[in-house]
Design a binder for this molecule. Sequence first.
Ligand SMILES: NC(=O)c1ccc[n+]([C@@H]2O[C@H](COP(=O)([O-])OP(=O)(O)OC[C@H]3O[C@@H](n4cnc5c(N)ncnc54)[C@H](O)[C@@H]3O)[C@@H](O)[C@H]2O)c1
Length: 355
Amino acid sequence: MTRPESDRQRLIMVGAGGMARAWIRRFLPVHADRVEIVALVDIAPEPLVEQGDFLGLPANRRFARMEDAFEAVDADCCAIVIPPAAHRWAVELAAARGLDILSEKPLADSWEDSVAIYRAVKAAGVKMQVMQNYRANPPILTLKQVIESGRLGRSYYIVSRFAADYRRRNAWGATFRHEMRHAILVEGSIHHFDQIRNLSGADCATIAGWEWNPGAPSFDGECLTLYTMQMTNGTFAQYEGTGLAGGWQNNWHNEYYRVECEGGAVVVDRDQVVRIYEHERGRGLRIEEVPPVPVEHGGHTAVIGQFLDWLAGGSTPPTHLDDNLQSTAMLFGAIEASARSETVNVAALVAAARA
Ligand SMILES: NC(=O)c1ccc[n+]([C@@H]2O[C@H](COP(=O)([O-])OP(=O)(O)OC[C@H]3O[C@@H](n4cnc5c(N)ncnc54)[C@H](O)[C@@H]3O)[C@@H](O)[C@H]2O)c1
């Protein structure tokens, strides 16, 4: 049953482009009884018209400048679905208005902006969650369930791989991804770093490795990455991220994760089937497919639901700002590690940001 409009969270939607289109048409409508879009912002006229018309918003609820929307419209919360370089400005405006915030990953495109966001949100006392939708996908929930069941014993290390064939310019959806610095890390690896934290059940202590561009014409910025991480619980992780994959693909939703444990390994590859591998000398290798954990909603829809539950007084969601700062620090620690060819203390970065 649809609840009275006054019960619904009034949300300012910042962004009407590629991902925002999916938020507006697919993810938010699932929660239509709890949230309504009261204003829409985009600097580009075309998506503003397209999504504004879809929503049936009057002209005075459509804005080219986010500061005008925050000034003119009464709201309870906002969603930020614009490129990372503009996240800080949006968060600072929303926080200053006392609005709770659900933002697309990554928090920002620099550590400086990420820390500024953290401080603005803390100073305003508003709630903020970051969209790390991959945590809520069935293969990952299944993988995590196997790890947490204890069947394979202690986890030793995690190996993860993202590999997409973006060897053609603009193959990665939006132009900005092919023009920005640190493209794979900032726009891609933040998901995988967050997943490594999720699967290891720990934060990152240190990170070492490199990002580079071997001269690929499809990217202005870095598009190959290899990193090794030490987690705070003694687990380790290794990560490969490539935007130039000419072979085996582990693209979005088809990433590879292997958790090596005392009693075996649990793996998910591009077919999204979770398999347990158990070897015994003399008997050989036993492979078992694990049925997926059933979920009503996965990905974005699930995370938006967590955010709305939180606003309604429910529990703090897993990817709230304080938690996400840890994944964000891995990202900018990775950039620094590559630039200096040194191991970076990620825990120290987080501690400094919180000081
Ligand atoms: N969670 C996921 O799986 C996932 C997938 C894709 C993108 N994203 C994230 O979503 C965000 C947006 O990416 P996208 O793919 O939609 O990009 P996009 O380029 O398709 O759309 C971005 C939109 O933002 C608008 N915009 C840019 N600067 C603005 C500003 N200052 N004020 C208002 N509007 C502005 C642009 O005009 C454009 O319409 C990024 O943070 C990206 O990382 C997340």
